[in-house]
Design a protein around this ligand. Structure first.
Ligand code: ADP
Length: 610
């Protein structure tokens, strides 16, 4: 209390204590002491006399406002006039009480206490409000996300944060008066912003232009907020240009892989399948569900060596590409060839995360190549055979021709005995027969090659044919002291079948002639029997036999096994190929079974038709 009169001070104290009960009170009349009390005593209320000898109420009020702005000041004055009251209230007094109405002081003090509480609360809530505003301002301003505040009525951008200035390349003031429509060049963005009803969030994608003219794909998240009593839209802008590009590339790549005609398999580093494309399914027969998670070894055919796979894994585990051909097995069990490139996928840390195999079915190509190689080898072989044939044939023709010419000349010699003449004539006949047989063979093979050979079907008496062939070679067999038999004829005498007798005789003669030629001891047998709907003939000998690897080739034209007998006896290498062509013409098959040094069995069939 600022008061110079003790009586007034006591009166006032009395009135104050009536309403406050227990309270502390200090009284001063000097400015100096008042300042001291303000700081040390720190009163909740100041009651000040208006006029004092060395001090005054207005001055006290100013000091309070300066030092303790929350502390209410009640001016207590004795000389009431309007001006004093107005002056005090204007200066910030909480109330004034005229000393004549000192009883009102109690109420005034109570009101002042309320005022004080109110002021304290207001100050606190102001502080909190300021703090929260600052916090939110900072969240907006310093946020690394691009943020905009948009006026819902005009669509204009009213504020942006630092990140927005940096991202778009405009200074803050440049954003003002711009709208999202202007920046995107479409109405769509503005429409979206307008359509956000309160409490609703919106997310949309659009394209926005930056200060440098580049256009970026953005995703915008917006929500309405109330700022200083105004409804605004708060938008967060995310640049999704790269994401979109990546998405596009992923989609594109996905389409390429899905539609690729090559098989594509992606596995983990252990070879467990994580992806296959449709081409894989159509080639192997395995569906996605069947192979997912299985090891790629499911395709193994078991035809490659352990080292083959080891080499492949070593290469790809070193981070290198592997290129090679697999013989693999389909789900159906069928084998197929594929040409594969396997590449490791390596992440930024250098770790292999996947392997990707791109494979082409080359089964047909392989077959083609193998056929081509065979054809080439065959052509080379034919060429070689023809050369050796020409060489042989000239020899084969020249030998009997020379004999004919020489012995015909000898016939003219005077004093030739009839025995010698007979011998010369026999040689000439034999040579003639040989020559004819060679020429016949050559003619036959060229007819076969040009498809001109005719089959003369008629009734054939098998027994008679066999007997004639036996008769034809009997002398030769006896000369070599070989047993020569026919056996196993299931047919009644004079059994007739429909076939070409000339060709049948030719085949049998050829086989028997070879058997006798390549046998030096033992016997030659002709067997004939019925097997299913066929007549089966077998010509077996106990001769030199034929090595396993030659058994197929002896049926090739001009092919002769290089051995002493062939060299001594000559021959054209045409007999068996003519025989095979004839057997097939007659509707049968021919094959040989032989063991070197033990003999051979040639078996052929012809249909048993009557
Ligand atoms: P050629 O007898 O005129 O040489 P072939 O076509 O009849 O021609 O026979 C081809 C080859 O097959 C013969 O040169 C011979 O090496 C072999 N060969 C054929 N028959 C026999 C057989 N019974 N025993 C051993 N080798 C044989």
């Amino acid at each position: 209390m600022v008061e110079d009169l003790m009586s007034d001070a006591l009166l006032a104290e009395y009135e104050i204590r009536k309403v406050t009960g227990d309270c502390s009170l200090v009284v001063t009349e000097t400015e100096e002491e008042f300042i001291k009390y303000l700081d040390e005593f720190d009163p909740h209320i100041v009651v000040s006399d208006y006029q004092l000898p060395s001090f005054d109420g207005l001055r006290a009020l100013r000091l309070v406002l300066e030092r303790k702005p929350l502390t209410p000041v009640i001016i207590l004055t004795g000389s009431m006039n309007e001006d004093t009251a107005v002056e005090c209230m204007k200066a910030g007094a909480t109330d004034y009480v005229i000393k004549e109405h000192i009883k009102r002081l109690g109420t005034a003090v109570l009101n002042a206490f309320e005022q004080r509480d109110l002021r304290i609360k207001q100050k606190e809530s102001l502080r909190l409000l300021r703090e929260s505003e600052e916090r939110f301002r900072s969240i907006f301003e310093d946020n690394l996300s691009v943020m905009l505040l948009i006026d819902t009525e005009t669509g204009e951008i009213v504020d942006v944060n630092k990140a927005a200035c940096k991202y778009f390349g405009f200074p803050r003031h440049e954003f003002r008066k711009r709208s999202l429509e202007e920046m995107s060049g479409t109405d769509e963005a503005g429409d979206k912003i307008e359509s956000i009803s309160s409490n609703e969030h919106a997310r949309f994608e659009t394209r926005l232009k930056k200060a440098d003219g580049t256009i970026r794909n953005v995703e915008i998240f917006s929500s309405r907020i109330m700022v200083s009593g105004k409804m605004l839209v708060h938008s967060i802008v995310y640049d999704i240009t790269e994401k979109k590009l990546a998405e596009h590339q992923v989609t594109l790549l996905g389409r390429v892989v899905e539609n690729s005609p090559a098989c594509i398999v992606i596995t983990d580093p252990k070879g467990q399948i994580e992806y296959i494309n449709p081409a894989f399914t159509s080639l192997t027969g395995y569906s996605v569900e069947e192979v997912m998670g299985l090891n790629c070894s499911v395709l193994k055919s078991g035809k490659h060596s352990v080292d083959f796979y080891k080499d492949m894994w070593t290469t790809i585990n070193k981070g290198k590409n592997w290129h090679g051909e697999f013989l693999n097995r389909k789900k159906s069990g069928e084998l197929y060839w594929e040409n594969a490139i396997i590449s490791p996928l390596i992440d930024s840390t250098g770790k292999i995360t996947h392997f990707i195999a791109v494979k082409d079915d080359i089964t047909e190509k392989k077959l083609l190549i193998s056929d081509l190689i065979k054809a080439k080898e065959k052509a080379e072989e034919n060429d070689r055979l023809k050369t050796s044939f020409l060489h042989n044939i000239s020899h084969e023709i020249r030998t009997p021709l020379n004999a004919i010419v020489a012995f015909s000349g000898f016939l003219d010699q005077p004093g030739l005995s009839s025995g010698q003449r007979r011998e010369y004539i026999d040689i000439i006949f034999e040579s003639n027969r040989q020559l004819l047989s060679i020429i016949n063979d050559i003619l036959s093979i060229s007819q076969i090659e040009t498809g001109q050979i005719l089959v003369n079907m008629g009734g054939v008496n098998i027994g008679k044919v066999l007997r004639n062939v036996h008769l034809q070679f009997k002398a030769e067999a006896e000369k070599k002291e070989l047993g020569f038999y026919i056996f196993g004829n299931d047919f009644p005498a004079d059994q007739l079948i429909r076939s070409d007798e000339g060709k049948l005789v030719h085949i049998l003669s050829n086989l028997v002639s070879n058997a006798l030629k390549f046998t030096s001891s033992g016997q030659v047998e002709i067997y004939c029997g019925k097997k299913d709907n066929y007549v089966e003939f077998r010509v077996s000998d106990t001769g030199i036999g034929i090595a396993e690897n030659e058994q197929e080739r002896i049926f090739d034209r001009f092919y002769q096994i290089d051995n002493a007998i062939s060299r001594t006896y000559g021959g054209t290498g045409l007999g068996l190929s003519i025989s095979r062509a004839y057997v097939e013409l007659l509707g049968g098959k021919i094959k040989v079974k032989s063991e070197q040094g033990r003999g051979s069995v040639f078996t052929f069939t012809i249909p048993f038709s009557q």
